[in-house]
Write a protein that binds this ligand. Structure first.
Ligand SMILES: Cc1cc2nc3c(=O)[nH]c(=O)nc-3n(C[C@H](O)[C@H](O)[C@H](O)COP(=O)(O)OP(=O)(O)OC[C@H]3O[C@@H](n4cnc5c(N)ncnc54)[C@H](O)[C@@H]3O)c2cc1C
Length: 385
């Protein structure tokens, strides 16, 4: 019988276990894999983008992003930076406020492990289900037999990136105790386009603005053989793309005004030549098509249409699809936050049961927000038992 059983030795589980141990509890960690923190190890291209000083609720998605406020106010990005300093993990900022490990993400895993030395960690132990007994304690059924604990922290993560080993047991446990599950889908992933119009320039990356309904994403877009990828597409995948999206391929210029100026000063230039001054030549050629007329011979109304294609390239919703779970960095949806306390991460339906990290219906923006959510929610749960 343990005070606390943590299911999953990932980011949120290790942080929760650390806090529970610091509060004097006996802790068992049940991990299905051979080693801990596998997603931490691959995150940030192996350099683990551990936090972002811009982590506030407006960088989170789900039915109720405000839910993150409680945990974020109790464990701030500065707390994670302090933790890294205390563990001698050298960090650098890729862009202001976005912190990565200088050496390797494995340093983060090693440090977390050193924080949980007092816990009994069982690897290759897959949790199959959890039930609560009449006496108020939990039975945790695994492939290696039954374990018992007074409290259970479900830190099983999402179901994306299955190559690292994932299960949907967190959702099953939640359902068993009467929790609602928000349908899951891939997120922070590429977007596939039917009859991909960008095939000719796959491999090219440009800064863009993507408009999805009232929302905008401003980042680098990578054209791929399947559609669009890179940070801009990943961030667009956080939104509902069923009504399509608009891409501005030249956000820092007004191409129509540039055409008008060229018409006045360089009337013998062709559209593709003017465009290739501002865009990669393959994109310029695609937009210009076979038009070999001099710019002076093209009516303004036609130039406006070409400008529209550059600043407002429309991709209809019925041609778009999120890439699949195997290539998604996170899982959108999960255990509804409606029946979870935002102050403690404890279930409102079953006392002693906690949910933390990606298993919840909370998804962070690209840039360290998901790991920060894992740390903050794990910290809060482990501290409140
Ligand atoms: C390629 C990639 C790059 C990423 N880069 C970043 C980044 O740079 N910054 C960022 O903020 N986020 C990044 N993320 C997202 C981030 O890694 C996750 O959101 C975060 O790790 C989630 O933490 P977690 O503790 O909720 O789940 P996880 O870290 O996934 O941990 C869940 C643990 O539970 C275990 N488990 C699952 N089912 C069972 C079971 N039935 N029994 C026992 N154990 C079980 C799993 O084996 C796993 O160890 C990235 C994700 C990927 C895939």
């Amino acid at each position: 019988m343990y005070d606390v059983a943590v299911i999953g030795a990932g980011a949120s589980g290790l942080m929760a276990a650390r806090q529970a141990l610091q509060n004097g509890h006996s802790v068992i960690i049940l991990e299905m894999g051979e080693n801990p923190g596998r997603k931490i190890n691959v995150s940030g291209g192996g350099h683990c983008n551990i936090t972002n000083t811009a982590a506030t609720y407006d960088r989170y998605f789900g039915e109720n992003p405000q839910f993150v406020r409680g945990a974020l106010s109790r464990f701030k990005p500065a707390d994670m930076l302090d933790w890294a300093i205390r563990h001698n993990i050298a960090l650098y900022q890729k862009t202001p406020g976005r912190y990565f490990c200088k050496t390797s993400a494995s340093d983060v895993v090693k440090s977390l492990l050193s924080d949980v030395t007092g816990a009994n960690i069982l690897y290759n132990t897959t949790v199959l289900n959890v039930s609560k007994n009449a006496d108020g304690y939990f039975s945790i059924d695994t492939n290696n037999g039954l374990y018992y604990a007074q409290s259970v922290i479900v830190a099983t993560g999402g179901i994306s990136y299955p190559v690292l080993g994932v299960t949907d047991v967190g959702y099953k446990i939640a359902k068993h105790f009467g929790h609602k599950i928000i349908p899951v889908r891939p997120a922070l992933c590429a977007i596939c386009i039917n009859n991909n119009p960008f095939l000719e320039f796959s491999g090219i990356s440009i800064p863009v603005i993507i408009k999805i309904g009232k929302n905008t994403v401003c980042d680098d877009l990578l054209f791929t053989h399947m559609g669009i990828g890179g940070p801009a597409a990943y961030r667009a995948s956080l939104y509902d793309i069923s009504n399509g999206l608009y891409i501005d391929m030249l956000p820092n210029a007004n191409i129509f005004e540039l055409f008008v100026t060229a018409k006045k000063n360089n009337g013998r230039k062709q559209i593709s030549n003017i465009l290739s001054e501002y865009l990669p030549s393959r994109i310029a050629k695609y937009i210009a098509g076979n038009d070999s007329r001099n710019i002076a011979d093209i009516k303004d109304s036609e130039l406006k249409q070409i400008a529209e294609k550059i600043h407002n390239y429309y991709l209809p919703g019925n041609t778009l699809k999120y890439h699949n779970m195997s290539a998604a960095e996170v899982t959108y949806g999960g255990v509804s936050t409606d029946e979870i306390s935002s102050k403690t991460m404890e279930s409102k339906l079953c006392s002693g049961l906690y949910f933390v990290g990606e298993v919840l219906d909370i998804t962070g923006d690209l840039g360290g927000f998901n790991l920060h959510w894992a740390w903050a929610s794990g910290f809060v749960a482990g501290n409140n038992i």
